[in-house]
Design a protein around this ligand. Structure first.
Ligand SMILES: Nc1ncnc2c1ncn2[C@@H]1O[C@H](COP(=O)(O)OP(=O)(O)OP(=O)(O)O)[C@@H](O)[C@H]1O
Ligand SMILES: [Mg+2]
Length: 237
């Protein structure tokens, strides 16, 4: 479903941020992407949707990520960005949530029904007509997650979905992620959330994959985590 073959990336004139990455994520897998600040997690996700372009080959469902295929690829992938201000660009939450469903062919009525369902599932129905610039950081994160769920994409990328959320909203998001059958890649420092929602973990260090395996195996390896500026999840201490 997602395949990287010898992918490298450097921002202009800088050293490589991602170095020769190769891995595959199969359909329906839920994969956590972890690593210290600056390890390259967000960069890796931006390459998947073609927001950045590097060396090597990335394929989604057999389609190579390239400028020509961006429309098709972005129709398959919902991406919750690390910074929700970069994601919510319409005046209101409703308009943002309607944008992708309308763009990919639903009627207004169908799209609004989908929006209402997702808002209810996240227990944020009261956000529907709010202005994006008049909601708090955590509220905006919830709205951004709702926007992606309303797209109903085949693949979900989430960059720090639980950062900024209060424990109640964090729990709703975790439970919602667990119910999704889609292929998921979730970058986070919230290792308890990763443990709860993912089967497999990829650990990045300075742009290289230094571990890739079952979630419990990696998240219970205290030395490996500490060497990468992380701590054991609370539930494994
Ligand atoms: N626009 C940019 N121009 C130049 N360098 C950048 C840019 N964006 C990120 N970088 C560098 O690329 C490296 C990887 O950044 P990235 O955002 O992928 O890290 P991350 O693993 O997502 O970190 P975090 O946990 O803080 O979100 C960092 O060293 C960062 O300084
Ligand atoms: Mg990041």
């Amino acid at each position: 479903m997602i395949e990287f073959q010898n992918v490298s990336f450097a921002f202009e004139n800088n050293k490589e941020v991602l170095r020769n990455l190769s891995f595959k994520i199969e359909k329906g897998e839920s994969v956590g992407l972890i690593g210290a600040n600056g390890a390259g997690k967000s960069t890796l996700m931006k390459l998947i949707v073609g927001l950045l372009t590097g060396e090597g080959k990335i394929t989604i469902d057999g389609i190579e990520v390239s400028r020509k295929k961006l429309y098709e690829i972005r129709g398959k992938i919902g991406f919750v960005l690390q910074n929700s201000d970069d994601q919510m660009f319409m005046p209101t939450v409703l308009e943002d949530m309607m944008f992708a469903p309308l763009n990919y062919g639903l009627s207004r009525g169908e799209a609004e029904k989908k929006v209402d369902e997702v808002l209810a599932r996240l227990n944020i129905s009261e956000y529907k007509d709010k202005y994006n610039h008049k909601i708090s950081g955590g509220e905006k994160r919830m709205a951004a997650i709702a926007t992606i769920l309303a797209m109903d994409p085949e693949i979900i990328l989430m960059d720090e979905p639980t950062s900024a959320l209060d424990p109640y909203n964090r729990r709703i998001v975790i439970n919602t992620i667990k119910e999704l059958n889609q292929t998921k890649l979730i970058a986070s420092h919230d290792l308890d959330m990763i443990l709860d929602t993912c089967d497999r973990v990829i650990l990045l260090s300075k742009g290289e994959i230094i571990a890739d395996g079952p979630v419990r195996e990696i998240l219970s390896n205290k030395e490996l985590l500490e060497a990468n500026r992380m701590e054991l999840p609370l539930s494994l201490t």
